[in-house]
Write a protein that binds this ligand. Structure first.
Ligand code: GLA
Length: 390
């Protein structure tokens, strides 16, 4: 039984009614890491790993929510919302976003389950918030646009989970289109789809199984360093709003005014925005070798300049380089999670065998491998039960 049908069946047996079903995908990001909260560009896409939500109104003032994979159910009222970084706090943050926009969403029965590995840098929390927000908007006819739902999901992370993330993850989960990546401008929140032709290649994620959590201060510290750099440079260049407005020449001219740490963080972001803007041309020309080189540059920038990598990710990317893999880098917020690899199809089986053995020998930890497809964004769906009734 596919996952959404399983969730629908479990929902019916727990709540005794038929749900509406929704799918909310995780995402990859080809390039443009830690640029979103600097108003730069990113190139994400949703993938075929997702949350399933079964949702129905319940004409009460209670939110009854079951995390099916964990076997946990909680019930609360909309005036009992609490911050924290357990799954329910993210959902409470979403409810709070609706309330702050004056939307009435009292009384929901909900069950969800997921095929997105958590802590792997695939944005499971953004998918959780985006999918739940999308579902609430539908079942209560709130009339919010997808961008409002993305902003609500981002606010949930900021206000309830304490991660000052950018907009990329929720935007990708909501707006992606099957078979495309998007170039998202994180200043205007506008995107363009770029159809990609990876014929003969696979996008292979290698999960270090070093579980990252962006809730600790490391992620927010990086953001703070970027903001400090901007503040310093505003003393010299009055029209700067974010690192998006800073060229490498401007940064060099300001170097003596900032600490080495702040300089290196800004250096990484300014160059990553440049790389991300070069990337579409390479993809359009189908120059995957050139694109792969940019991925490697991003990785070493993340590792040596922005300092969000870890030994295991560096090891995987070094292995990829030595074995002539077209492109590889750590993906997402960092500190572990997955590397994203652009690999010639015929090389995949031997890569998996070799990496599995050598990675285990080096770290006494098994890696996981996910071959992902570029998928559409959050949507309402049907289950095998709906089709049977037609
Ligand atoms: C996490 C955040 C995103 C983004 C990436 C790094 O996934 O949620 O907003 O900053 O890290 O690119």
């Amino acid at each position: 039984m596919i996952n959404s049908t399983k969730t629908a069946v479990a929902f019916e047996s727990q709540f005794g009614k038929k749900p509406m079903m929704f799918i909310a995908p995780g995402r990859i990001n080809l390039i443009g890491e830690h640029t979103d909260y600097n108003e730069g560009f990113v190139m994400p896409a949703a993938i075929d790993k997702h949350f399933d939500f079964a949702v129905a109104t319940n004409q009460s003032h209670l939110f009854n929510i079951t995390a099916n994979d964990l076997g946990e159910t909680i019930s609360f009222k909309s005036d009992e919302l609490k911050s924290g970084n357990r799954w329910e706090n993210y959902l409470m943050g979403v409810i709070d976003g609706f309330k702050r926009r004056g939307k009435v969403i009292d009384g929901v029965d909900c069950m969800f389950s997921s095929t997105i590995p958590s802590g792997a840098g695939l944005s499971s929390s953004a998918a959780l918030c985006s999918g739940f927000g999308f579902a609430l908007n539908e079942i209560f006819h709130c009339g919010l646009a997808k961008i409002d739902i993305a902003l609500i999901a981002q606010e949930a992370e900021h206000r309830f989970a304490g991660t000052k993330c950018g907009i990329m993850d929720m935007y990708a989960s909501l707006f992606s289109q099957q078979g495309s990546v998007m170039l998202l401008d994180c200043r205007s929140n506008m995107h363009e789809y770029l159809p990609v032709h990876f014929e003969g290649f696979e996008i292979l994620l290698i999960d270090t199984n070093v579980k990252h959590s962006l809730n600790d201060s490391s992620y927010n510290d990086r953001r703070a360093a970027c903001e400090e750099g901007v503040k310093i440079m505003q003393g010299k260049f009055s029209n700067i709003k974010s690192l998006r407005d800073v060229s490498s020449t401007m940064l060099e001219a300001s170097k003596s005014m900032m600490s080495d740490d702040v300089y290196m963080k800004c250096f990484y972001v300014v160059h990553e925005i440049e790389r991300t803007l070069r990337a579409p041309e390479l993809l359009k020309a189908n120059d995957l070798t050139g694109f792969g080189k940019l991925m490697y540059k991003t990785h070493w920038g993340l590792s040596k300049e922005f300092k969000v990598s870890c030994e295991e990710s560096d090891w995987l990317v070094t292995w990829a380089n030595e074995n002539e893999i077209t492109g590889a880098r750590q993906m997402g917020g960092g500190f572990g999670g997955c590397t994203i690899n652009l690999v010639k199809k015929e090389m995949v089986p031997s890569l998996i065998d070799d990496v599995r053995t050598k990675y285990f020998a080096a770290f006494k930890r098994e890696p996981d491998f996910y071959n992902v497809q570029l998928s559409g964004g959050v949507h309402k769906t049907k289950t095998a039960l709906d089709w049977r009734e037609r």
